[in-house]
Design a protein around this ligand. Structure first.
Ligand code: CA
Length: 414
């Protein structure tokens, strides 16, 4: 398929090539939210294409394209959604496409507002980067035993808050909460002084497993519709005081931001790669066949108000110790059911060196070594009116498949 082109003009370096075709929910002025596919700087309006009858052969109820979430569309199952994506690929690449000249089906992304692509029922956050877990273990516990005894045996995770997941562009207010000042004997209530991002991706459940049933590790990808970029905002001072013994709570639940376009597993297929060797050997229910990691370049920038952005991290999803299939197999091994639209975040994705860490906590070594931005300002954590931008893309043999970006501005505490 390489070098397949489209009659839609696709700018050099675009994330949204003919090989990608991610799904999202968009609206234009005075219009209702509906389903679209990103192509170049445009959005293909699937509700409009469906009305023209181009999907009739797929026997899909046209109503799914006029919803304000993708849940009903995703629930059709991959046999239909993958065929639809292929049909769109054909419609956007064929020189004889019946859509050529039908201007109403393409909308400039600059004129559209993007919405949450799915209604998220449940959200789980994993902790699957060995580099990140080691860095944090060294900082907060014992440098010689940075990983807790369970870490190499199971993908550690916790149940997060779905209600506060927001789409890219939504501003975040600095959270307030209880913190324990160094050397104090009782906590105080204040705005977080250590607001951080976490560079993550999240996968979206595309098929339910019934309560009581588990998803086998080698079938797990059938249950995954696609992926987004995920910024798991974290208030480190609140987190540090509250997290014992039940784990993260208000230091995390105030907001998480996602990119608006869901990149499908079909689009990611060419970018499979081997995962790290897992030692000791995992239990049989976590033992997988084939390559289950994906080579996705990831980047984080900080942009102070009125200034240019500075890249503070370049990481890659391929570093993940535990892959998505293992995460989902583990999540359901006790019979826990998952539902279409549920979101499972990877955990902070850190690489091996300082330039590839996925949080300010690691980049600034818990605030001790602030980074200097191109503007000359220093940052140990995120300041008010800073915008954090994350980007991600795969590239191979001239094919580029990207996620676009997730951006979020931090407003002062209310
Ligand atoms: Ca996280």
């Amino acid at each position: 398929m390489p070098n397949k082109s489209s009659w839609v003009q696709i700018p050099e370096g675009s994330d949204f090539t003919i090989h990608n075709l991610p799904f999202g929910i968009f609206s234009i002025k005075n219009g209702k939210p509906r389903v679209g596919i990103a192509i170049g700087n445009q959005i293909l309006d699937l509700a409009a294409v469906a009305r023209l009858g181009h999907f009739d052969a797929l026997k899909i109820d046209k109503k799914v394209f006029s919803q304000n979430t993708l849940n009903d569309f995703i629930s059709l199952g991959k046999s239909k959604t993958s065929r639809l994506r292929k049909k769109v690929q054909q419609l956007l690449s064929s020189k004889k496409s019946p859509l050529i000249g039908k201007r109403a089906v393409l909308i400039a992304q600059s004129k559209a507002t993007m919405h949450m692509p799915v209604a998220v029922g449940d959200y789980t956050d994993f902790y699957s980067s060995i580099e990140h877990a080691t860095n944090l273990g060294k900082m907060f516990r014992d440098p010689k035993n940075a990983l807790l005894p369970n870490w190499r045996h199971l993908p550690v995770g916790y149940h997060g808050r779905a209600s506060s997941i927001v789409v890219s562009g939504t501003p975040i207010h600095r959270p307030k909460g209880q913190v324990m000042p160094v050397g104090a004997d009782k906590p105080i209530f204040k705005a977080s002084g250590r607001l951080d991002f976490e560079l993550e991706t999240a996968f979206i459940i595309g098929k339910e497993n019934k309560l009581g049933n588990s998803i086998p590790v080698n079938e797990a990808e059938d249950y995954i519709f696609g992926k987004v970029l995920f910024n798991d905002w974290s208030a480190r001072d609140i987190q540090k005081w509250e997290y014992v013994p039940l784990g993260p709570f208000l230091g995390k639940s105030f907001a998480s931001s996602i990119s608006p376009w869901i990149v499908t597993m079909d689009a990611l297929e060419p970018f499979r790669t081997k995962g790290p060797v897992q030692k000791p050997k995992v239990l049989p229910y976590l033992k997988y066949k084939g390559d289950k990691n994906f080579n996705i370049n990831l980047q984080v920038s900080i942009q102070p108000q009125g200034k240019k952005e500075t890249v503070v991290s370049n990481s890659n999803f391929k570093f993940m110790y535990w892959n998505m299939s293992q995460q989902l197999a583990h999540h359901t091994v006790n019979g826990c059911n998952t539902k279409v639209g549920d979101m499972m975040a990877s955990g902070t994705i850190s690489g091996r060196d300082n330039n590839s860490f996925g949080s300010m906590l690691e980049i600034s070594h818990s605030g001790k070594n602030p980074v200097t931005l191109d503007s000359g300002e220093k940052r140990a954590f995120i300041e008010d009116n800073d915008t954090v931008i994350m980007r991600g893309y795969c590239e191979k043999d001239g094919m580029r498949v990207g996620f676009g970006e997730v951006r979020g501005k931090v407003l002062p505490a209310r």
